[in-house]
Write a new protein. Structure first.
Length: 376
């Protein structure tokens, strides 16, 4: 089982890794051994915080998926089945969705049990099962599903002075009218031909992104605008990482002043708890939080009728964030979260419109950037 994590790769590289895994199983059978796989454990208990790299990472724990173990046999079968489906798709030049793979592998196995009764077993009952197997294959091979050509729904959009090549097409993301470029499932397939920007501004909300795009904020302030429409998908996070890593662009994240917005920022910066194995390729450790902060509510004197009383789930989420080491290591984040728990108040980005519709773009963002008022 490979522990390497591949940042950029072709489908051919992914196919070689899949074939290597299959070859290991074949060799075990030829040696007279029961075939078995070792797969890194993807639970919270095996996700660790690396303070040096400022990333969430998968820990060293592994589970053994043994064909001869009755408790693991079904999962072993599912894993080998998915391996064969993905390998076949690559060899045939197909680009299946995760839903396609679910249906392609879903069938009923009939067998006679020890009591001479006919039994039926589904290869998997729900897509959640097949998706989980795909994730197991990712961590086992070190290749993301995007490298394997597996498609999924995407949410991310991007606009600004960046020219890319996608397949045979050259796309200028500054000439999208009032629209924006939809980030594809595998951003590594994009070739960045030219880039004219000083920083990346990641916006939590699609509506705010659309307003800034309509005002051509990206042109006036020489930046790339990106949104993941709330909790970002993998493709959006990978695109942000590429712009930071390959082009040295500072990354700033703008969210609501609430614990869920703060967590969205941390996903961009440090990675996701549930997908810690992806952090080294998808997280952007240099990302900075531009706002809104809890202190902004009072520093900018947000009118009381614009302030929203925190709900119980907001308070619970804030307490969880305070226990995460990537928040605890920052005195400023501890201050913000403790103030939130004390006041139990939150605001949305749109609350700044009480000072005028252009206050966000002409005052708030430029002033905070020029004064260096962000949190890391």
């Amino acid at each position: 089982m490979s522990d390497k994590r591949v940042t950029r790769a072709s489908r051919e590289d992914a196919l070689k890794a899949l074939e290597s895994l299959a070859r290991q199983l074949t060799e075990q059978v030829l040696r007279g051994e029961g075939p078995a796989l070792e797969v890194p454990v993807r639970t919270l208990a095996n996700v660790i915080w690396d303070p040096r790299e400022r990333l969430l990472k998968l820990g060293p724990k592994k589970l053994r998926r043994d064909f001869l173990d009755m408790g693991e046999a079904r999962k072993f079968m599912q894993t080998v089945l998915m391996l064969s489906l993905i390998a076949r798709a690559i060899r045939e030049g197909d680009y299946p969705t995760i839903r396609d793979l679910y249906y392609a592998g879903k069938h009923t196995i009939e067998y006679i049990d020890e009591y001479n009764k006919l039994r039926r077993e589904e290869t998997w009952d729900t897509q959640k099962e097949s998706d989980s197997v795909i994730q197991d294959i990712e961590v086992a091979t070190g290749f993301l599903r995007e490298h394997m050509g597996i498609l999924h729904d995407t949410k991310g959009k991007m606009v600004g002075k960046i020219v890319i090549r996608s397949g045979n097409d050259v796309i200028d993301c500054s000439k999208m009218g009032d629209g924006a470029y939809s980030i594809p499932p595998n951003p590594d397939s994009l070739e960045i031909l030219s880039l004219d920007a000083d920083y990346v501004l990641v916006i939590e909300k699609d509506a705010i992104f659309n307003r800034l795009n309509k005002e051509r904020f990206w042109e006036k302030h020489r930046c790339i605008l990106i949104t993941g429409k709330g909790q970002p998908d993998r493709s959006t996070r990978r695109m942000v990482r590429r712009l930071w890593e390959e082009h040295d662009l500072p990354v700033y994240v703008l969210t609501d002043a609430d614990p869920y917005g703060f967590y969205i920022y941390s996903v961009y910066r440090s990675g996701s708890i549930t997908l810690g194995y992806e952090s080294e390729r998808l997280a952007t450790p240099g990302a900075r939080f531009l706002g809104l902060t809890v202190t902004d509510i009072y520093d900018y004197k947000i009118p009381r009728n614009f302030i929203i009383k925190a709900k119980e789930r907001d308070v619970k989420r804030a307490k969880e964030l305070l226990n995460y080491p990537w928040f605890k290591q920052s005195k400023e984040w501890v201050r913000q979260l403790e103030l939130f728990l004390e006041k139990q108040e939150k605001v949305e980005i749109e609350a700044l419109s009480g000072y005028g519709f252009k206050f966000l773009t002409e005052r708030y963002i430029p002033e905070k950037l020029s004064a260096g008022k962000w949190i890391e």
